[in-house]
Design a protein around this ligand. Structure first.
Ligand code: ATP
Length: 507
């Protein structure tokens, strides 16, 4: 991977058709982005693979697909109406607005997430922090609720006020009983959902990292309250290694350390088997999709950083060019949310325990909550490589998420019709591209930059031997295969089998 800045990544994404600034022709709108031809395919692949790995391949997780606007009481019960806020700094003179905690973190290199307005004000005055635009003083820091409001129906009064959901999670709690009964789920089980979320971020920045409209992929995993420590799947991940950065390491200025999941549990660094299990599963999802594990770590929230509902929270973080940042949050929410909805809706969101002969409220010990757009950014950064020998960028995306799987080239214009027949053979099986313009070298470079794993060239010999060459994007190695076998071989190569297996390497 070649390190580039977030701005360089944004312009690369624009040039190659991955991401565009939303409404760019009107000057753009901060915090909103549109996925282009390559980006929309790749985003779909990420979401499909997430759904397959977390829902379809598992017996214990079911999915839902909830509405973006939901009853406003949901957000009262969840605590979002009263406390889903960031603290804002506003310049007295030019009115420039900044999110206070991240501004202070950047300026003073300290952790400020979770600090109250009065503490942030103190830090601003003690360190004489001023407006980065006009160097004037800030007003007193204030709370700012991040939810987007809207009106439902033709009346424009307070009764019709509603919110665009700021997270997908609450719908798993409000639908908990319906989903559990309909799918006849027994504890432990999870409900998953992916979809749009909206937050009126004070200062959206760092490209896709902090947007005002984004997508989440989340699971609420419900466990019997007496069995929060017993995870029957822990053996599957016991020897899995992760870089761990605990609260103790952070407070005592120690380095993060690589360790096996079983060590983190034995040393009581991660408190419950369930939390450890889901942290490993989520970490592995990224590694299976080609992300370098050295760029991932799990970090425990400090006591004053945790949300009001959380007993213990760990973030999966990625080493972005602007530092280690949250990619996925995983809070131990206990029975907070179900309890809140029981209180506010007066409904029985419980399960009957036959053995104990009583109703119990399940616990959520781990709530893997991942942003699609932040994941997208991680895959792009991790795959981006400037190859000096080739003189171009090679986007080493895993085949599962690469937007286009193969490109077919005729070596010369005269061969176009025959090459198109080859293209027609495979285009319905895999998203493919036909490229006839420019030199073959230029076409290889274009394919490398779009992350296309394989290029297939039809040349003059192909007319005689009915064979084509397949070139691997990452190694540039090539083999020659019979056209009639192309579809099957490509399918196997895309699943990760080695090129060498299907033919002699030619230069
Ligand atoms: P942050 O501290 O960065 O604001 P958060 O802790 O508020 O994030 P969560 O509420 O835990 O985030 O949301 C879960 C996940 O949703 C995050 O880990 C992230 O991947 C994604 N996410 C949250 N806010 C945004 C945003 N504004 N833009 C893009 N993705 C986001």
């Amino acid at each position: 991977m070649t390190k580039i800045s977030i701005d360089e990544m944004a312009s690369f994404c624009k040039k190659k058709g991955f991401i565009f600034q939303n409404s760019e022709i009107y000057g753009g709108m901060a915090g909103f982005f549109d996925y282009g031809p390559a980006g929309s395919e790749m985003k779909k692949n990420i979401k499909d693979y997430w759904w397959k790995y977390h829902v379809q391949d598992r017996e214990d997780v079911v999915g839902i697909d909830g509405a973006i606007i939901t009853h406003p009481k949901v957000w009262v019960a969840s605590g979002h109406v009263s406390s889903f806020q960031d603290i804002m700094l506003e310049c007295r003179k030019c009115k420039f607005q900044e999110r206070a905690d991240t501004f202070i973190e950047d300026k003073l290199d300290i952790a400020a997430d979770g600090l109250k307005a009065k503490d942030l004000n103190k830090l601003v005055s003690e360190n004489e922090l001023v407006c980065p635009k006009c160097k004037s003083e800030f007003k007193e820091a204030q709370d700012f609720n991040l939810m987007f409001e809207t009106q439902v129906g033709p009346k424009q009064d307070s009764e019709s006020k509603a919110y665009l959901r700021p997270e997908t999670a609450q719908l798993m709690f409000t639908n908990f009983k319906l989903a559990q009964e309909a799918a006849r789920m027994k504890l432990p089980f999870g409900i998953a959902q992916m979809g749009r979320a909206f937050r009126n971020e004070i200062s959206p920045r760092n490209f896709l990292f902090r947007c005002r409209e984004f997508e989440q992929m989340e699971i609420e995993y419900f466990i019997h309250p007496d069995k929060v420590k017993e995870c029957p799947y822990i053996k599957e991940v016991a020897d899995y290694e992760i870089i761990v950065y605990s609260e103790d390491m952070q407070k005592n200025k120690k380095e993060a350390a690589k360790m096996k999941i079983k060590q983190a549990l034995d040393k009581d660094i991660i408190k419950t088997g369930w939390h450890a299990y889901w942290l490993a599963v989520e970490h592995k999802w990224f590694v299976d999709l080609g992300v370098n594990p050295d760029n991932l770590r799990i970090r425990q929230h400090l006591s004053d950083e945790k949300s009001h509902y959380a007993l213990d929270t760990w973030d999966l973080e990625y080493n972005f060019p602007f530092g280690w940042k949250e990619l996925q949050g995983m809070a131990n929410r206990t029975d907070f949310d179900l309890n809140q909805h029981i209180k506010h809706s007066d409904q029985k969101l419980t399960m009957y325990d036959q053995k104990q002969k009583k109703h119990i409220i399940p616990y959520v010990v781990a709530e893997p909550s991942l942003g699609v757009d932040r994941s997208f950014l991680v895959f792009m950064f991790d795959a981006y490589e400037h190859d000096k020998e080739r003189g171009n960028i090679v986007l080493k995306l895993d085949s599962k998420i690469a937007p286009i799987k193969a490109a077919v080239f005729p070596l010369a214009t005269k061969l176009e019709d025959e090459a198109r027949e080859v293209f027609d053979l495979i285009k319905k099986e895999f998203p493919c591209k036909f490229d006839r313009s420019g030199s073959v070298g230029r076409r290889y470079a274009r394919a490398d930059e779009k992350g296309i794993p394989f290029c297939i060239t039809y040349d003059f010999d192909s007319r005689e031997d009915k064979k084509v060459t397949i070139r691997n994007r990452d190694t540039t190695k090539q083999i020659r295969v019979a056209i009639r076998d192309l579809k099957d071989i490509l399918e196997k190569l895309l699943k990760g089998e080695k090129l060498e297996k299907f033919g002699k390497i030619i230069q």
